[in-house]
Design a protein around this ligand. Structure first.
Ligand SMILES: [Zn+2]
Ligand SMILES: [Zn+2]
Length: 1016
């Protein structure tokens, strides 16, 4: 079925036959082959290379770590649709795709492939040689990126995505990494980079901190933990509390993370709440918030001994279950004042709830964000309890070396044995997990590197107005100057900017990532200062050792770490810190690092800023929004604010999440996930692209084969059948297209032609306007509406103008001319959405090289040779169609089939136009569609004015004739005859008078009379 290039035929040109059951995915593959073999993609990209108008689209890099899923095709459809549209409009573009390369996602997959479990395994890839091991691991990460970037490229091509695939950008490139250095250097010059000691969320498997940016709502899992109510015996009181010698009082404390109990420093209460001393069933006394007595005890207690304000409890001391462990007793000894004491909380840091728990909160300063902050404020000590992999540290006795998260029972069993447990219960809550490996997170105090959001700049060269503005304030201003689609995007971004902490940019214990160019002068050996290198040249100038070992390598571990520089303050040797960078630094820098001549080499930002300015800020970016407010959008804005204090893009189109058609997230194990290749082969990418284009991007999208079938039926096949109708009858009627005048507008007196041409121009203008406003949905729905009008009204009402149904040669030509004009122009308009079928239609009709090399058929400015927009006619035709609908429902109620002609029909409708101004040609169309001789609308309007008189017999005959023709046509179909095959026909005698007319309509060579119908 592959027909190669369509040859230009001599006139009259016969169009290639159109299949009614075309295999669309195969057709798409045919065009792909043709485009890439004939260099159509290149011609497309070079079409406007000398134009002065620029359309700057900036691609958000796809992670080159796995093959694409169908969800990737959603965004990538937009990423191709607008460049195609602007290419038709004559704008110069870069057509650059990007791949995201560095970071945990790649590392974790490589680890899985090699069956590596820990950091130690990685550093022992080459046994006994950590440096060679890291080099090998980093190379394997690069290889993985290279492998999947190739697969994704092929898949993107399959989607019909035209880009400069030879010159995609990779965030692991030297250009990208060194541009981030440049950014970090600027931050350093502002005084915004610092090392901070904080309690950070931590993945014990990946052994690294998880920044706040990386904790998205979808990275929380419903998890059941065994929570425990601890009874901590009070050993000393302050204030007015008295202790009875023989009856113990306990603080009742609730925690969902028992593994943190060895790190306990204090118990926090709210000094204004009421706390009660409750006598339990066995006579012991427990302190608990008054409001929670019922929740904790139910009915199982004897009495409330007394109730006091929380303030009264402050200063009481208690015993903890792990006080005998060396690391704990050490802290107890060094901080006798504060250790194991009841403290009043600071509501702004650690608010205490009286809706669950006991109102007394276990504070583990080393193992919780709020705990750490409270500890910092109150000067509390801390007991670090876990190592990077969450094993308990040395100094914790029987716990040391055991994993805190994997063995929760060790703690619980021990607490039970020592009678510290009041009760336990299974508690279900949303708990954060690692976004990459899904391991439950822990909290850990670490030294990490940050970019400060709330510090003033140390200097401001360009603009003194900025002098007193923090990075946060600057970013808010920049974010507000961007056009956000949907508009709630701005609120979401501002909300994040308002609430986010400083940007944690370091990743400990990882290998495959940006080498943070921070050089630190170590503690007691050096002066404690640090410096940031802004470029490879900077580093070269400052290098005192290691340059030669490094210079031919990419700025990655382990080779970058060969280079040492000299401290400018104390003269000691500075080493790069061991950490790699947060991966969002990589994607956020791309407006600066990837815009280059011919998409290759030195960034224009460094080389030719004026030229770079032509592409910056990008006119448009598009990405799935959940997550990106914290990630890509955030990083883009942050980095551009620091470098130029300008928005990196003018407009962002965010789109929601793709779900299975059952409404659930797509998961392989649920059977509703669809791999891209599978989807492309089963659905065809045109249909897929149309599904994406017509969807409201602000809403989640349900995607699956049933939805695809609906779209195929309701739009795609309708378009195909219109095209098929044209080709079939134009060939039969030997319609003569002169190629050189192919797109000249036919002059027609036929009201249907005038109407559809007006409709087409109106639609084209609206599609152009909507695409310029970046609403693919509105544009697509306009096209759908037009295609439906074209099929269900224009062609339906023009069937008697073609082939054997008409002898009017002039009218035939204007019909074909009109439909030809529309189909050719429509194929250009649909080409950004559905490039394959558009190409099929366009090339078959025009015999030209490719629809991709065309110009947009703009009707916005009326000029010669353009169809006239006749709004009045459009409204009148709309009214006519409403009248037809009303007439059809009258027939339906009366159960009279449309085949049966009627002398009179009366309808009632709400009028939207002056009925008297509707021209007779339209009324004639209405009468034909309704199969009536006389029509009365709303009792007072009659068409024709002068009633047409017909007898019952005439009507009956007409009906029978119509039925006969229908019967013969269906017989022809059953016999598999072609449109132009002649038949021998026998008809009942009663049709003797009409037999010549019949013979002509059904292409009968011979016609004879008998009792019944026979088709031979
Ligand atoms: Zn992890
Ligand atoms: Zn120093």
């Amino acid at each position: 079925m592959f027909k190669s290039v369509h040859p230009v035929k001599s006139s009259p040109r016969e169009f290639n036959r159109v299949n009614s059951n075309e295999n669309f995915p195969e057709m798409e593959k045919k065009w792909l082959k043709h485009w890439y073999e004939k260099g159509i993609d290149k011609k497309y990209r070079e079409k406007n290379k000398n134009c002065k108008k620029y359309f700057s689209f900036l691609d958000g890099p796809i992670t080159a770590n796995n093959p694409m899923g169908v969800h990737h095709a959603w965004g990538r459809t937009y990423k191709d649709l607008w460049p195609r549209f602007y290419n038709l409009l004559g704008y110069r573009q870069r057509f650059q795709n990007g791949f995201d390369c560095q970071g945990l996602w790649v590392e974790v997959e490589v680890e899985k492939e090699l069956n590596l479990r820990t950091k130690k395994d990685i550093e022992n890839l080459v046994p006994g040689d950590p440096k060679a091991s890291i080099a090998k691991f980093v190379q394997l990460c690069k290889d993985r990126v290279s492998k999947f970037s190739k697969i994704q490229t092929e898949q993107s091509k399959r989607l019909g995505y035209f880009a400069d695939w030879e010159h995609s950008y990779f965030t692991m490139s030297d250009e990208n990494n060194y541009m981030i250095w440049n950014f970090l250097k600027k931050c350093y010059d502002h005084g915004w980079i610092y090392k901070g000691r904080e309690s950070v969320p931590w993945c014990p498997r990946c052994e690294t901190a998880i920044s706040q940016h990386e904790m998205l709502t979808e990275d929380y899992k419903e998890i059941v933990h065994e929570s425990v109510y601890l009874a901590l015996p009070i050993v000393e009181t302050r204030h007015a509390l008295s202790l009875h010698k023989n009856i113990k009082q306990f603080l009742l404390v609730w925690t969902t993370t028992p593994w943190t109990i060895p790190a306990n420093i204090t118990v926090a209460i709210n000094k204004n709440y009421d706390y009660s001393l409750v006598e339990g069933t066995s006579g012991e006394l427990f302190w608990v918030a008054k409001d929670l007595i019922d929740a904790v005890f139910g009915k199982d207690y004897k009495r409330i001994v007394k109730t006091v304000k929380g303030q009264e409890l402050v200063g009481s001391k208690y015993d903890g279950p792990f006080d005998h462990l060396p690391a704990v007793s050490e802290v107890a000894k060094n901080y006798p004042e504060k250790f194991h004491m009841v403290i009043a909380t600071d509501d702004l840091i650690l608010p205490i709830s009286v809706t669950e728990g006991t109102g007394l909160v276990h504070t583990a300063v080393s193992a919780g964000v709020e705990d750490f902050k409270l500890g910092k404020k109150l000067g509390l000590p801390m007991i670090p309890v876990i190592a990077d992999n969450a094993d308990y540290l040395p100094g914790l006795g029987f716990l040391s070396g055991k994993n805190a998260k994997k063995n929760p029972k060790i703690i619980l069993d021990y607490l039970r044995e020592k009678n510290f447990v009041f009760k336990t219960h299974h508690y279900k809550h949303r708990y954060p997990v690692c976004w990459r490996c899904k391991t439950e997170l822990v909290w850990k105090v670490e030294d990490e590197w940050y970019i400060a959001m709330d510090k003033n700049s140390k200097f401001e060269i360009r603009n003194s107005k900025l002098k007193n503005m923090t990075l946060r304030q600057r970013m808010v201003k920049v974010a507000k100057s961007i056009k956000w689609m949907p508009s709630f995007g701005l609120e979401r971004e501002l909300d994040w900017l308002k609430n986010m902490h400083d940007w944690l940019i370091s990743k400990k214990n990882r290998y495959w990532g940006l080498a943070l160019p921070i050089y630190e002068c170590e503690g007691d050996k050096g002066c404690g200062g640090f410096e940031v290198m802004g470029s490879k040249e900077d580093l070269k100038k400052r290098a005192i050792v290691g340059w030669n070992q490094f210079k031919s390598h990419s700025p990655h571990k382990p080779f970058i770490d060969e280079v040492k520089i000299k401290c400018q303050k104390c003269g000691k040797t500075l080493s790069r810190i061991d950490d790699v960078g947060n991966p969002w630094l990589d994607a956020g820098i791309v407006p600066y690092s990837t815009i280059s001549e011919e998409n290759q080499g030195e960034p224009l930002y460094n080389k030719d800023k004026n030229e770079w300015r032509k592409w910056f800020p990008a006119n448009f970016i598009t990405e799935s929004f959940p997550g990106q407010f914290k990630n890509w959008f955030y990083a883009l804005i942050a980095e551009s604010t620091v470098l130029e204090n300008e928005p990196p893009f003018e407009r962002v189109l965010g789109f929601a999440t793709q779900l299975g058609e059952d409404g659930r997230p797509m998961h392989k194990s649920w059977g509703n996930a669809i791999e891209f290749n599978e989807g492309a082969d089963k659905i065809g990418v045109d249909v897929m692209r149309w599904m994406f284009a017509r969807h409201n991007p602000a809403d989640n999208m349900l995607f699956g084969y049933k939805k695809a079938d609906e779209v195929r039926r309701q739009f795609y096949l309708m378009l195909w059948n219109i095209y098929k109708f044209f080709v079939e009858y134009a060939n039969l009627d030997k319609y003569n297209v002169e190629t050189k005048h192919a797109l000249s507008l036919p002059e027609s007196k036929n009201i249907l032609d005038k109407w559809i041409l007006s409709k087409f121009a109106t639609t084209a203008i609206s599609v152009e306007k909507n695409l310029k406003e970046f609403s693919a949905k509105d544009a697509a729905l306009e096209i759908e509406k037009f295609v439906s009008d074209l099929s269900t009204w224009y062609i339906r009402r023009s069937r008697d103008r073609v082939w054997v149904n008409s002898d009017n040669k002039v009218d035939k030509n204007t019909f074909y001319g009109t439909l030809y004009y529309i189909l050719v122009n429509l194929s250009i308009i649909t080409s950004p959405f559905i490039p394959f079928v558009s190409e099929e239609i366009y090339t078959n009709l025009t015999a030209k090289e490719s629809v991709n090399l065309e110009d947009w058929p703009s009707f916005a400015k009326a000029s010669e040779g353009k169809p006239e927009i006749d709004e009045k006619l459009e409204k009148e035709m709309e009214m006519a169609r409403k009248i037809v609908e009303a007439g059809q429902s009258v027939r339906k109620v009366a159960a009279v089939k449309i085949r049966i002609p009627l002398a009179k029909l009366m309808v009632k409708v709400d009028l939207t136009v002056n009925i008297k101004s509707i021209p007779d040609e339209i009324w004639d169309v209405v009468l034909k569609e309704l199969n009536v001789k006389n029509l009365t609308v709303n009792n007072n309007f009659h068409y024709p004015k002068k009633e047409v008189k017909v007898t019952e017999a005439q009507l009956e005959k007409e009906g029978k004739l119509r039925e006969l023709i229908r019967q013969i046509q269906s017989e022809r179909k059953l016999k598999g005859l072609k449109q132009d095959d002649f038949i021998n026909l026998t008809v009942p005698k009663e049709f003797e008078k009409e037999k010549d007319w019949i013979a002509k309509r059904v292409l009968a060579k011979k016609i004879s009379l008998a009792d019944k119908v026979v088709v031979q």
